[in-house]
Design a binder for this molecule. Structure first.
Ligand code: ADP
Ligand code: MG
Length: 591
């Protein structure tokens, strides 16, 4: 071993570079964050070959004076904190003062910077950490940094980089995340001279999401009403119930302006959407958390992507609550009726509709979910219009008037605001699901004794399963007695089950238990799973809904807590509003 000594500055920087910029996307992140820290309102990013050969970030931020340009390349040079105490309240992205010297030590690095109150800028060229020149230059206010041949002095590191496409994909994802986090900043992003996306400063998040993620994602999003608790505030845009996305790519979580990975937020989303969207799908969710900086720990990951909340439970509950609240607000009985568009005059016209009926019977929840029959008498008509203008929208209950059954499983309804296509089995499953869910409390659920017990023969393995799950079944109102090896008798069943369907249901239950679908230790979850299972039998085993029960179905559905989707998370109905029809035809559709 040789003697102990201090590493030369350049070597120290190269070692630090390994941590700060593992790969090109790391360099882009540091440069982009510096631009945002500098108060830029416009950031242009360009990269080639996945950032390996070239990265350029240009901003219109505060810029640097000539001596600051030099100083910014010193290790631990930062304008963002002054002492260790400041660490608890950093709100800027950077504060270590390590990024620029690190990147400059492993690339050909050109920095140009000009403060707004100066007429010219400073250009500094560095190659592998050695200063090549510093001179004045003409440029617009702001800062531009070019990084060419990243890692060229670290051939070993270079070998570990993934393909150009992979690196490029990481960079474009990163830029998208920061663009979402900062709608007020204009972005242009180019990869190999091809536009990845471009978005001017946006006044609202929805607009930015549409520019960056496309209108297919942004179209359906619902705005979360702001939830606050003890210095933590959650807002954002999310998928409505029933609409799931195939991947997690449309989930973006932003904490104090910083796009982050957070298990807490991701788990909360998964949990909140558990029954709202189909299994295996993900919501689109753009979640913004604002919280006191001392309530989070951003440093557990060197790239500062993964964060921890000091009070995880609180943040989790807050997010779940705001999603469930959104789902509840989507209830058709609460949804605000939109003003009708008058195409010819290009302005909203007052709602004049005979079947927009308001009721005064305020229930404890403030909503009356009853469907009131359409009234045609002129007196009533003016009455309801007047009421429509004075009553809060949530008190209006739309009537669904049956127009036709389309296929065995679809029906078409007319409402005051358009047309509704209802999936009959999806609706029946939802209704059945909630009926079972609400059927008594654990420990006191009703049970109905059978006059003729139903004999069931089970094989060896299934017998074991039955024994394990007897407690759960009993809790649901079943009584299943053994009489002889592998022979059982169903003696009592819950009231929601028909005796004729009991054996079938029991077998399906045991199938599901075999696949691990029933929570043995959590009775509430088991109850939900049983309700789900029983609801599915509607589609699998029951006869199609008779015509004479069709008109009644919407009322039952709207009485549900969550009528928009079936227990499997698929939509129960969708609406073609008059406004959408007007837009599609490009002309008025009444008269
Ligand atoms: P940190 O961001 O942790 O302070 P950096 O090495 O990234 O460290 O940057 C060092 C300093 O250089 C910053 O504190 C800031 O003062 C200055 N700086 C870097 N990039 C810019 C920029 N785009 N505009 C203005 N100043 C910048
Ligand atoms: Mg920085």
């Amino acid at each position: 071993m040789s003697r102990i000594r201090i590493l030369p500055e350049q070597v120290a920087n190269q070692i630090a570079a390994g941590e700060v910029v593992e790969r090109p996307v790391g360099a882009v992140k540091e440069l982009l964050e510096n631009s945002l820290d500098a108060g830029a309102t416009k950031v242009d990013i360009e990269y080639r070959n996945g950032g390996k050969s070239y990265i350029r970030v240009t901003d219109n931020g505060c810029g640097m004076l000539p001596d600051e340009v030099m100083l910014s390349l010193e290790r631990h040079a930062t304008s963002k904190i002054q002492n260790a105490k400041d660490l608890d309240k950093v709100i800027s992205f950077g504060f270590r003062g390590e990024a620029l010297p690190s990147i400059a030590s492993i690339s050909k690095f050109t920095m140009r910077s000009r403060p707004h109150d100066r007429t010219e800028g400073t250009e500094l060229l560095i190659s592998s950490g050695k200063i090549i020149h510093q001179k004045t230059c003409g440029m617009p206010p702001g800062t531009q940094i070019e990084v060419a041949n990243l890692f060229f002095s670290l051939p070993a590191r270079k070998k570990f980089l993934k393909t150009e496409n992979t690196e490029a994909a990481h960079i474009s994802r990163l830029c998208k995340l920061y663009a979402i986090a900062h709608p007020e900043v204009a972005f242009t992003v180019y990869s190999n001279q091809r536009k990845v996306f471009q978005s001017p400063a946006c006044s609202d998040l929805q607009e930015r999401i549409s520019e960056v993620f496309g209108s297919e994602v942004s179209r359906d999003l619902i705005s979360l009403t702001v939830h606050k608790y003890d210095g933590c505030r959650i807002s954002g845009r999310v998928s409505p119930p029933g609409i799931g996305r195939p991947t997690r790519q449309d989930i973006v979580t932003v904490v104090n302006g910083r796009p982050v990975e957070s298990r807490t937020l991701l788990f909360a989303l998964t949990e909140a959407y558990h029954t709202l969207i189909p299994k295996g799908k993900y919501p689109a969710a753009f979640i913004f958390v604002e919280i006191a900086p001392d309530q989070i720990d951003v440093n557990i990951h060197p790239q500062k992507r993964e964060i921890r909340f000091r009070s995880e439970g609180q943040v989790r509950r807050l997010l779940i609550e705001s999603i469930l609240n959104m789902a509840e607000m989507m209830h058709p009985a609460k949804k605000q009726a939109e003003p009708l568009i008058d195409v010819e005059n290009h302005r909203p016209s007052p709602i004049i509709s005979s079947n927009l009926i308001s009721t005064n019977s305020e229930t404890s929840s403030g909503i009356n979910k009853e469907i009131v029959e359409k009234s045609t008498s002129p007196a009533n008509k003016t009455g309801s219009v007047a009421a429509a203008l004075t009553m809060p929208q949530s008190h209006h209950v739309k009537s669904w008037r049956l127009l036709a059954r389309l296929k065995q499983n679809l029906a078409l309804f007319e409402t005051s605001s358009g047309l509704i296509i209802l999936h009959l089995n999806a609706a029946r499953e939802r209704i059945r699901f909630e009926q079972i869910l609400d059927c008594g409390d654990s420990g006191s659920r009703p049970s109905q004794q059978l006059l003729l017990p139903i004999p069931v023969q089970l094989d060896n393995l299934t017998t074991e399963l039955l024994k394990q799950h007897q407690g759960i079944l009993k809790n649901e109102g079943f009584s299943i007695e053994e009489f002889g090896r592998e022979f059982y008798r169903i003696e009592a069943i819950p009231p929601w089950l028909e005796p004729g369907a009991a054996e079938n249901f029991l077998r399906h239950f045991l199938d599901s238990a075999r696949e691990g679908g029933i929570h043995l230790r959590k009775p509430d979850l088991a109850h939900k799973e049983i309700a789900k299972l029983a609801a599915r039998e509607v589609s699998q085993n029951e006869d199609p809904l008779p015509d004479d029960q069709l008109a009644e179905l919407p009322r039952q559905l709207l009485e549900c807590k969550q009528p928009l989707n079936c227990p499997q998370g698929k939509v129960t109905f969708f609406e073609l509003t008059t406004n959408e029809l007007v837009k599609k035809f490009g002309r008025n559709i009444s008269s």
